[in-house]
Design a protein around this ligand. Structure first.
Ligand SMILES: [Mg+2]
Length: 303
């Protein structure tokens, strides 16, 4: 019985950070918002708010109705980046970080081969304790241990908040049978509809399929890779090549005109492009690529 990867996922990250640094928010339903407007949505909700059904993406006016005592705080992204860096540093005191997946998720390789079960669980406890000590006791995390990053992430999602869950190869596939298809990375709403339309509705059915069958469901080699991941095989990541630069931005309520939105979007996208460095796109070209999906007060626009 051995494990190879650890996945660390901070719980309700932005909301927990706010509760960590503002004691008055602790124990209360908190929604983090990009701007102060009823038309915008929560970009994070504390677990106290989630009990009322509020989640990431809930419109503020709706959240107020669902949870009358809810407190809304404006996002402080610089602070979240600092906490993210502290989280990475905390994990590094226990294990080298293998990959940072997002501001609140990272993975570690437990050893070059496999780590015995007890040692891996002990390492996970050390990581949780290091984060608690160095970041704060309100910024808890869920840790998953598995034979590959995919299953370690699935394990981390199985118990929230503050979980520690393991998936051993020996426990496959039955340990996954209680999950929903959408609990797996790579099965979003669109893929879910597609699978359902072909009669594939349960994880039990998914696990019983062969690699070839999954390839035909996915329409390519991704199905085969999904099969390998689902059955506990560890595969190297496919090389990726960045071809586009995207940026989501919530306009301030006073950013009313299309021209003002465009100026704001150009600014955000230009910064991203500069950060990428490698993209050789003339200014005139990228100006043409800007696309507004939704331009409304306090609503998200994609540029
Ligand atoms: Mg998270």
């Amino acid at each position: 019985m051995s494990l190879k990867f650890m996945f660390v996922d901070m719980n309700a990250f932005f909301a927990s950070v706010e509760q960590q640094f503002n004691p008055r928010l602790r124990g209360r339903p908190v929604g983090v918002v990009p701007v102060r407007a009823d038309t915008t949505c929560c970009i994070a909700a504390s677990y106290e708010a989630r009990k009322f059904g509020v989640k990431t993406g809930t419109i503020v006016a709706e959240a107020r109705r669902m949870c009358p005592g809810m407190v809304f705080v404006e996002a402080r992204h610089e602070m979240y980046v600092r906490v993210h860096q502290a989280m990475v540093a905390a994990v590094e005191t226990c294990l080298p970080v293998h990959h940072v997946h997002s501001i609140d998720e990272l993975s570690c390789k437990l050893s070059y081969a496999h780590m015995p079960f007890d040692a891996a669980v002990q390492k996970a406890r050390e990581v949780k304790e290091a984060i608690r000590r160095r970041v704060g006791e309100y910024t808890t995390c869920s840790v998953g241990l598995g034979p590959n990053i995919f299953l370690a992430k699935v394990a981390a999602d199985m118990k929230k908040p503050d979980g520690l869950t393991t998936i051993l190869r020996e426990e496959l596939p039955h340990k996954l049978f209680d999950l929903k298809l959408t609990d797996f990375p790579g099965i979003g709403p669109r893929m879910h509809r597609r699978l359902e339309s072909r009669g594939l509705t349960s994880v039990r059915q998914l696990c019983a399929m062969s690699a070839d069958e999954l390839e035909s469901q996915w329409g390519g080699i991704l199905g085969g890779r999904f099969w390998m991941a689902l059955h506990g095989h560890d595969m190297p990541d496919l090389p990726t090549h960045r071809r586009t630069v995207g940026h989501s931005h919530v306009y301030r309520p006073n950013c009313e005109t299309r021209r003002a939105c465009r100026a704001c979007s150009c600014d955000c996208c230009a910064r991203r492009l500069r950060e990428c460095g490698g993209l050789d796109i003339a200014r005139g070209d990228w100006m043409c690529m800007l696309r507004f999906v939704r331009v409304r007060r306090g609503r998200r626009g994609r540029t």
